[in-house]
Ligand binder design. Sequence first.
Ligand SMILES: [Zn+2]
Length: 264
Amino acid sequence: MRSRAVLALALGLVLFLTGCGGAGKTPTQAASPPASASPTPAPPTPTPTPTASRATPPKPKLRPLPKTLPAGLHRGSGDKAVALTFDDGPDPRWTPQILDQLRAAHVTATFCLIGKQAERHPELVARIVREGHQLCNHSWRHDLNLGRRPVADIKADLARTNRVIRDAAPGAEITWFRQPGGRWTAEEVEVARKLGMRPLHWDVDPQDWNHPNAKTIINRVEAAVRPGSIVLMHDGGGDRKQTMAACRQLIPELKKRYGISRLR
Ligand SMILES: [Zn+2]
């Protein structure tokens, strides 16, 4: 009896010493004994259904979306010429194609970049800047509800996106911010401004994200465009073959009819 107790004590001492002596090797093991040594019995499990456990971290309530767009959004090029904007890239398949088209036409556009995409394809961000296009922050992960979240979350999202864009293109100017889906809130516009970005909306939306054919994209743009329009199209977020085809006709046509200019 007593010898067993001594043995247990000795064993405990050895374990204690090796636990301390192995500093750096297994820090998690060193931390585990107190938990198992807990004298209290395991607490009754509070019937954790999968939904209940997922709901435990309280989600901040989303701010309601305003019925009308907040004031101060840029919806015109500031010029007689039209401005082209391409969202949801950079994408290794489509972005180089549209860059080639723009270069061939000697015009520039504005690229609304998703942070995660910019992190994955920094060489495309660098090329966009090198070829004289303007940059627009389009949120980290295309969060349609970003404008409804706490101001601190919006700020963190926008700042993180700007950080990866600037890592890819040091010193690049990120003039614009565009809320995914155009689901703006006044609070978000304010955050963007505080971070030095102007809120960029549009007035011509051919809904190319919904995969109409090239002819439909062309028709929709032609029907809605007027002097000073901002045209919204996509070079990422899905198969953009039809957008690329539409642009081969639209870019020379818009350039001839209105001119294509930088946003101001
Ligand atoms: Zn988008």
